[in-house]
Design a protein around this ligand. Structure first.
Ligand code: DQQ
Length: 534
């Protein structure tokens, strides 16, 4: 079963074989979405990195093209690492990326389409004025911690771009400015930095609208009614963190709001396997879309036996919550076009220790949305205010540990007798006069295989429970469970490798292991059709 073809995805992006990692340079240009990504053409482990390239009209069905950027010049001969696309005035897309040069230094380069009239932008060329940004003795930049340029934005007469960096243990986003996109000068101060976070990989910096609507903003928008988000990927723990704050463009500083922790206790896009993510502005639908790499939980040996490793998330629309304190995320609407045969459960009580099976769908390739009605949280267990780490809470009390309210949620990719299942669930506590909700993804029983990473994930869900409801959506795709709690307030991705709960043998249940009964007010589930994937 280790090499089962049933682990491959039905509608999440992946190439036919080999290793993939970071999504790169996502962009919408002349009616076509482009996704580039880090790819090893020669195997299922990281190495020989090129920018593979696929195109789509709907962000769901993808057509593969040949690699767009691959080692060919002194400034990228040892690798073409992550970067971003920017659309310059006159509707001209360009790519900034990190090249590994002849001396194994990380340098920042530009690539431009050879032929702008080619609808797919197949060929890219690297102008001779590369590299644009280099680490030198003079600027003191560490040549092995200088990478992943962002999409550029335009403000106050300059193009600006961030590059990930660290100085000793201080992670930082270096700022570069240019008038012509050709000559770049490093600003004296980084846009932002934070002590003891280690290398900041794949920074992303973008505006969000304060009006709480889903509409996204183009990357150069700033001013009234606009906040900014800075996301960094921490090489140290392979988790991503973001803050919401203010961009002071005149002095090119970013100041996180005091509601946003600025370190590894902060907010995350996703509390599971999701890394090196990147957003782009989709001007065709005025939304900002997030792509993330869902890294593996299978062992390296098994990656090699399977012949592939890594998948990309379903693109997510991101916008600022009305609280102004956090982002919301939701799978792009287009994914619903894959919904096939559906099934419903309504107003069904689940007593303590009970499961309710969802019948009539392909549970290994499905989309499920459920809303639970809760008993009043006034009767919930007391929350220990010292429990600041939700992942610990979820690991200490797993999906079988009865509480007062919860655990309740979904048992996903479950075998007939539940020997294998992944539990995605909520638990409700009270802290004085406020409820505290934690969302967990418990992989401990996801497979009877040993060599798989079964770490449990957890995140707090910032809800007041005034309506007495909690909702959960999960996109299930064979070895992927991508979950969205409370309308996208808390998101969590698991990569799981069951040995029994595969294909037709997989089941889906709603469950309640809390002492108080829970009601499924509504559950809708759909079999998902296959997407055309490369
Ligand atoms: N992956 C790329 C780097 C980046 C890292 C190399 C993040 O550019 O920092 O494949 O996963």
């Amino acid at each position: 079963s280790i090499v089962s073809p049933l682990y491959r995805t039905g509608y999440h992006f992946q190439p036919p074989k080999n290793w993939i990692n970071d999504p790169n340079g996502p962009v919408y240009y002349n009616g076509v979405y482009h996704l580039f990504y880090q790819y090893n053409p020669y195997g299922a482990v990281w190495g020989n990195i090129v920018w593979a390239h696929s195109v789509s009209k709907d962000l769901i069905n993808w057509k593969p093209l040949k690699p767009a950027i691959y080692p060919s010049k002194p400034f990228d001969i040892n690798g073409c690492w992550s970067g971003s696309a920017t659309i310059l005035p006159g509707n001209k897309p360009v790519i900034l990326y990190t090249g590994i040069d002849t001396q194994n230094r990380q340098v920042q380069n530009i690539a431009v389409p050879k032929d702008l009239s080619d609808p797919y932008l197949v060929e890219w060329e690297k102008p001779d004025h590369n590299p644009l940004m280099v680490p030198t003795q003079e600027n003191g930049i560490n040549a092995s911690s200088f990478r992943d340029p962002t999409t550029a934005w335009y403000a106050d007469g300059h193009w600006k771009v961030l590059v990930g960096n660290k100085r000793r243990r201080r992670g930082m986003a270096l700022l570069y400015r240019s008038r012509d996109f050709q000559h770049w000068v490093k600003a004296k101060h980084p846009l932002h930095s934070s002590k003891n976070t280690g290398m900041w990989e794949c920074p992303d910096f973008f505006p969000v609208s304060e009006d709480g609507k889903r509409l996204g903003l183009d990357t150069s928008v700033k001013g009234e009614g606009v906040k900014h988000v800075l996301k960094v990927s921490l090489d140290d723990n392979k988790y991503e963190y973001y803050t919401v704050g203010r961009y002071l463009s005149k002095i090119d500083r970013y100041v996180p709001d005091n509601t946003s922790a600025d370190d590894a206790t902060g907010l995350r896009y996703d509390y599971g396997k999701f890394y090196a993510s990147k957003t782009f502005f989709d001007q065709s639908k005025n939304r900002r879309i997030l792509w993330g790499w869902m890294n593996e939980s299978d062992s390296v040996n098994d990656d090699v036996s399977k012949g592939w490793a890594g998948v990309q998330s379903i693109p997510r629309t991101v916008w600022l919550d009305t609280s102004g304190k956090q982002l919301l995320q939701w799978p792009i609407q287009e994914v619903e076009s894959l919904r096939g045969k559906g099934s419903q459960i309504k107003n069904t009580h689940i007593s303590s220790g009970q499961q309710v099976k969802v019948e009539g769908i392909t549970a290994a390739q499905a989309d499920v949305e459920v809303t639970f009605d809760l008993p009043t949280w006034v009767n919930a267990e007391e929350f220990n205010p010292e429990s600041t780490n939700p992942q610990h809470l979820c690991s200490q009390k797993d999906s079988k540990a009865a509480g007062s309210i919860g655990p309740f949620g979904l048992l996903i990719l479950a075998s007939d007798k539940l020997e294998e299942h992944t539990a995605v669930y909520f638990r409700v506590y009270k802290n004085g006069d406020k409820p505290v909700v934690v969302m967990c993804s418990d992989q401990s029983r996801s497979t009877v295989r040993n060599e798989v990473d079964k770490t449990t994930y957890g995140g707090f869900v910032d809800v007041d429970l005034k309506d007495g409801k909690l909702s959960l959506r999960s996109l299930i795709d064979h070895s992927i469970i991508e979950s969205f709690g409370a309308g996208g307030k808390t998101c969590m991705t698991a990569r799981v490798y069951p040995s029994m709960a595969l294909g037709e043998k997989a089941n889906l249940f709603a469950f309640n292991n809390g002492n108080q009964p829970i009601t499924v007010s509504k559950l809708e589930a759909w079999s998902m059709n296959r997407a055309i994937l490369n």
